[in-house]
Write a protein that binds this ligand. Structure first.
Ligand code: ADP
Ligand code: ZN
Length: 230
């Protein structure tokens, strides 16, 4: 069982990049944020509990997250390879992931750290619009839909995530700094971290990442120059 982790602040492109590379590279994409939003929509017990944290931009308690991730892993994936998007986000979650991987005979192959400046994150999040029906993301300036407020793919209605208001975004960025940023150092130490400048065209960046993964993370040149890291 091979695992890739997409690590980055809100707005860094974890979801966008994850969507683009999941099928091509053969990894099953697991987004804890998406799973939580599905639970909120279906008004499950988990969703009801998680919603109050998500609205404020706080992290949902580790115990709940671990439960949904374990349940998802038990269901299995295409060929046992997973790409986590938005997980782990705390030291506790990272510890539990390590334990779970040891039990399942798995390992972390790569941690892709998507790095973008704060003003870019802010601009991306405040302009984001999501399809109610199919979940496709748009951006009022960067990726505008053909028709205002309407999804290009399924004609569903576009909405703004309740946690994409400026005040809540500020809190989410703060939470990233306080609770998630230390994982960068952790994975750097264990030798699996690849830092990627994600302030570049998402389609082009996805192609580069797919190429990198296809070559087993060995591309001749240093990953750093490959991904144009500052
Ligand atoms: P973003 O990375 O842009 O904040 P996500 O969809 O990954 O978007 O997460 C949205 C919200 O869901 C988070 O603010 C948090 O409340 C909750 N969440 C998602 N993943 C986790 C996690 N691994 N641990 C705790 N809370 C999480
Ligand atoms: Zn749609």
């Amino acid at each position: 069982m091979n695992v890739i982790i997409l690590l980055g602040a809100p707005g860094s492109g974890k979801g966008t990049i994850g969507e683009k590379i999941r099928d091509i590279a053969g990894y099953t994409h697991i987004s804890t944020g998406d799973m939580l939003r599905e639970n909120v929509k279906a008004q499950t017990a988990l969703g009801l509990e998680a919603e109050s944290y998500m609205k404020k931009g706080e992290l949902v308690p580790d115990q709940l997250i671990i439960k949904i991730v374990e349940a998802r892993l038990d269901k299995g994936g295409k060929d046992g390879s997973y790409m986590f998007d938005g997980f782990p986000r705390t030291v506790e979650q990272a510890d539990l992931l390590d334990k779970s991987l040891t039990n399942r005979g798995g390992r972390i192959q790569h941690v892709l750290f998507l790095d973008s400046p704060r003003d870019v994150l802010m601009q991306r999040l405040t302009g984001r619009r999501v399809c109610k029906k199919c979940g496709q993301s748009f951006h009022i300036v960067n990726i505008p839909p053909k028709k205002d407020g309407v999804c290009d793919l399924c004609s569903g209605e576009l909405y703004q995530r309740p946690d994409d208001s400026e005040a809540t975004i500020n809190n989410r960025l703060e939470v990233f700094k306080k609770q998630t940023q230390s994982l960068i150092e952790r994975y750097k130490k264990s030798g699996v971290l690849v830092t990627i400048d994600s302030n570049q065209n998402a389609a082009k960046l996805s192609e580069k990442i797919i190429d990198y993964l296809k070559k087993g993370g060995k591309i001749g040149t240093a990953a750093e120059s490959f991904f144009c890291v500052k």
